[in-house]
Design a protein around this ligand. Sequence first.
Ligand SMILES: [Zn+2]
Length: 160
Amino acid sequence: MTAQDSAHASSDLDLLKHYLSVREEHCPSCSYNLHNLTNDSCPECGEPLKLQVALQTPKLAAFITGLIALSISAGFPILFAAMALIAFTANGYYPRKMLYFFSGLVLLSLLNSSFTFVWCRFKATLIRRTSRFRWPVAIISWLLCPITMFIAYIILELFE
Ligand SMILES: [Zn+2]
């Protein structure tokens, strides 16, 4: 840590302490009242704290919209496989290539889960972009739902 870094760290702590000497704020982790805090961690839960600038309205709507679409796409193949298993069991009929059928659906679910993972990794990048970029991308992500349903149907037809 350079002398400048340590000067910044001590001034950050001074700002945090000053802020909490004039405000009644609660720990974001455990809700403990932090008024007159003396160091940079919560006395109740021990979580480190920092003073930061945040947006008044976090631009999360497009991110959440896309996250819902991708989560549905990741979960649907597993739900479809479970429903098919119930239907097969009820009818006493099993597709000849049952293992391929279920493997295909699990792979489809894993593929879509990886899209969900990537979406979460790029959350900060997405939020920084303009709404002209965020919303079309979020809306396009919903296309994965019908595509996934179509692929699940193809897998069912293929291995029946
Ligand atoms: Zn706490």
